[in-house]
Design a protein around this ligand. Sequence first.
Ligand SMILES: Nc1nc2c([nH]c(=O)n2[C@H]2C[C@H](O)[C@@H](COP(=O)(O)OP(=O)(O)OP(=O)(O)O)O2)c(=O)[nH]1
Length: 130
Amino acid sequence: MKKTIKVVAAIIENENNEILCALRSPDMSIPNQWEFPGGKVEEGETLFEAIEREIQEELSCTVKAVDEFDENTHEYEKVIVNLIGIKCKLVEGTPVAREHSKLVYLKKENLNSLVWAPADVPIVENLIKK
Ligand SMILES: Nc1nc2c([nH]c(=O)n2[C@H]2C[C@H](O)[C@@H](COP(=O)(O)OP(=O)(O)OP(=O)(O)O)O2)c(=O)[nH]1
């Protein structure tokens, strides 16, 4: 049976109302597709603790989790991902792409111009609508 993993993803908006988008690198799973930075929730962690830890590790900056925005479950070839998008506020530092190929801030109406990881698509659609 396929494993289901719980993954948290940060929706970080800057002062120009743009959203931070991250390009998965060629050597990550789901390579060369865009996502919200984040990762797997570890045992014993809350969703908010997990996203704050992942962003520190991945982007070398500090965010505060504010609100659970939306979630979506997607069945990939090898794994089922339960993705939870969490609105976060940048409180210290500037995001640095330590693992991703690229980071960009995009206006909500332009988010559709990227090729998103399949699990993200409904969450992105929802963000564009709101
Ligand atoms: N962080 C993140 N992961 C996502 C998103 N959408 C999506 O399908 N995923 C998938 C990719 C991975 O299979 C999993 C996240 O795990 P992870 O980011 O901790 O990845 P990892 O390095 O531990 O896993 P892997 O690349 O070694 O397989 O969720 C998203 O928006 N953000």
